[in-house]
Ligand binder design. Structure first.
Ligand SMILES: C[S@@+](CC[C@H](N)C(=O)[O-])C[C@H]1O[C@@H](n2cnc3c(N)ncnc32)[C@H](O)[C@@H]1O
Length: 336
């Protein structure tokens, strides 16, 4: 278990928010994309980004100090992970996830964490309110698509769906998981249930993937809108962590009712380790939700499996999907 021993380690945590902001500022001016083709001087980067050289130099020094770019003589180049993950259009690019959702929505919302912890106020009343604003829904959903695409492909590759024909993807967002699972399972059709403004964004991704005929969009609120019945698969990806404690039970009960006999529930979400309060990224993701809602809870795979059993599911052991961050639990509907 982690225990800091040095003052330096405390400083690194305390100043971490400045490092985050340096990364977001660099993403905001496409710095990593400007460095994709090789080393550039401050003057060249100033020209490319439109930031005055003396100010840009301060940012470049900060970025070099945290290791996301590398100084080479008078030039700067991308660090290997920045080149791989933060260059626009690169196969593993997920810079949009950081630039849009993390930098523009989560970072400012965290100012409300103290009030969220005290139970006296939150960044916004409900997800439905936030995502009813088309601009916020676009920012959130485009970012989520960038963040979920790779994980969705991994899940699709390692989860045989047999002869499944119907899947309900609740809180399906951009449809990244439905797209990957339909692409992998030619007989599968999916329904994505999410707020209307989110689905306006999902529509574009679905149509671009050539899956308009196989993925339906169902606008509504997962806790109130009726779910279709007789589903072979129900998918809850990053939904339970976004809900309040009581809503989790509502959604699990609805999943049980919506599934056909022998149906499969797939939960993919942040999950704490069973024995200790890590891993770091999962624990931090749960914490940031308290800036949005005072009824949010964190859970381990063990705790969630218990809750699934209470709702009549038979959960298999959890599996890591995104290391140190998310896990999946596949559950069959108990025969009654
Ligand atoms: C973190 S995103 C995950 C999106 C998608 N499942 C994925 O894994 O990429 C959470 C999604 O849940 C949706 N959501 C949250 N609460 C909801 C509710 N009560 N009803 C419907 N959708 C909801 C949000 O709009 C958002 O699209």
């Amino acid at each position: 278990m982690r225990a800091v021993t040095e003052r330096r380690e405390l400083s690194s945590i305390a100043y971490g928010f400045i490092a985050s902001k340096a990364l977001f500022a660099a993403l905001g001016v496409d710095l990593f994309t400007h460095l994709a083709a090789g080393p550039r001087t401050t003057a060249e980067l100033s020209e490319a980004t439109g930031i005055a050289a003396h100010r840009l130099e301060t940012l470049l020094h900060a970025l070099s100090s945290i290791g996301v770019i590398v100084a080479e003589g008078q030039s700067f180049t991308n660090a290997p992970a920045s080149q791989r993950y933060l260059v626009r259009g690169a196969p593993s690019d997920f810079g949009e996830y950081f630039r849009l959702q993390v930098a523009q929505q989560i970072y400012p919302a965290l100012v409300h964490l103290d009030a969220g912890l005290a139970g006296t106020g939150v960044a916004f009343d409900t997800f439905a309110d936030l995502l009813s604003r088309p601009e916020e829904a676009r920012t959130f959903t485009a970012a989520q698509h960038a963040g979920s695409r790779a994980a969705a492909r991994v899940l699709a590759e390692r989860t045989p769906l047999g002869g499944a024909r119907t899947m309900l993807d609740v809180g399906g967002g951009s449809g990244a998981f439905s797209i990957a699972l339909c692409a992998r399972n030619p007989r599968l059709t999916a329904t994505v249930l999410d707020f209307p403004a989110v689905l306006d964004v999902a529509r574009t991704y679905r149509d671009e993937a050539g899956l308009s005929a196989r993925i339906d969009l169902l606008p509504g609120d997962a806790v109130q809108t009726p779910w279709p019945s007789d589903q072979d698969v129900v998918l809850l990806s990053y939904l339970l962590s976004a809900l309040g404690d009581a809503e989790i039970d509502v959604v699990l009960a609805r999943a049980q009712t919506s599934l056909a006999p022998g149906g499969l529930l797939i939960v993919h979400d942040f999950m704490l380790d069973d024995a200790a309060p890590g891993p770091e990224f999962a624990a931090l993701w749960f914490l940031q939700y308290l800036a949005y809602r005072s009824d949010g809870v964190s859970f381990s795979a063990d705790a969630l499996s218990g809750r699934l059993r209470d709702h009549g599911f038979v959960p298999a052991p959890s599996e890591v999907l995104i290391p140190e961050t998310t896990k999946t639990i596949l559950s069959s509907k108990a025969s009654t």
